[in-house]
Design a protein around this ligand. Structure first.
Ligand code: CDP
Length: 228
């Protein structure tokens, strides 16, 4: 058991959450999936039929929403939206298509970031997202930026979605991911960018286990050397 904060950022489908979950388990840390929070608000917006082009509607919705993250039995996060478990629903392709519009809103981000910092305030956290190393936890002991080629990321996401029973083409998944990457990278507030002190991990030719291993080895070595 170590007591450090680890930030893992990167674009969609790079393998952040699988790595973050595994690293947290092996190091005895708590895993927090920040993307799930933006997804939960988006899901509520879809249910309510809001206009995602209107920032006021998104802001009003967010300020009237309570999101909680609890640990599931398999070490993953369970996401509660106003007290209801929406862990499965927030992975729906309809959420993928709208979530970046929600996440580019500054008021939404301020509310989510405040909650994320509160969760991390006790330390011992592995947090994954887009702005963890740059904005949410700039003082994290370790920062990783995980990436893979667009083709590989789309392929992984395609396999995940079809396994869950969604009928979707790999081409459409790739289009959705690259649209989301574009909005996330070009947005005004806390865009997706690697922190200056982040360690890059290209996961294109690595298995999830290999990514996890790389991170765990690095963290353990730094702790042993007293450089963490
Ligand atoms: O799992 P995947 O990489 O597809 O996405 P996610 O981590 O669940 O994040 C979904 C979306 O939430 C991203 O495309 C971003 O628009 C937004 N997000 C963000 O802006 N900041 C974060 N810290 C986490 C996610």
């Amino acid at each position: 058991m170590v007591h450090v904060n680890i930030a893992i950022d990167g674009p969609a489908g790079a393998g952040k959450s699988t790595a973050a979950k595994g690293v947290a388990k092996r190091l005895g840390l708590k895993y927090i999936d920040t993307g799930a929070m933006y997804r939960a608000i988006t899901w509520k917006g879809i249910l309510k039929g809001i206009d995602f082009e209107k920032s006021r509607e998104i802001e009003l919705l967010t300020s009237n929403t309570v999101i909680n993250i609890k640990k599931g039995s398999d070490d993953s996060n369970r996401i509660y939206l106003d007290g209801v478990d929406v862990t499965t629903e927030i992975r729906d392709p309809s959420v993928n298509r709208k979530v970046s519009l929600v996440a580019k809103n500054q008021q939404v981000r301020d509310m989510m970031v405040a909650q994320q910092r509160e969760i991390a305030s006790g330390g011992g956290i592995v947090m994954d997202g887009r702005d963890i190393g740059t904005h949410v936890l700039p003082g994290a002991h370790f920062k990783f930026f995980i990436n893979a080629t667009l083709e590989e990321r789309a392929h992984r996401r395609y396999l995940e979605l079809t396994k869950q029973g969604h009928e979707i083409s790999e081409e459409d998944v790739q289009k959705e991911i690259s649209m989301r990457d574009k909005i996330d990278t070009e947005r005004e507030f806390s865009p997706l960018v690697a922190a200056k002190d982040a360690i890059f991990v290209d996961t294109t030719n690595l298995t999830a286990r290999e990514v996890e291993e790389k991170i765990v080895i690095h963290v353990k070595e730094c702790i042993q050397a007293g450089t963490a």
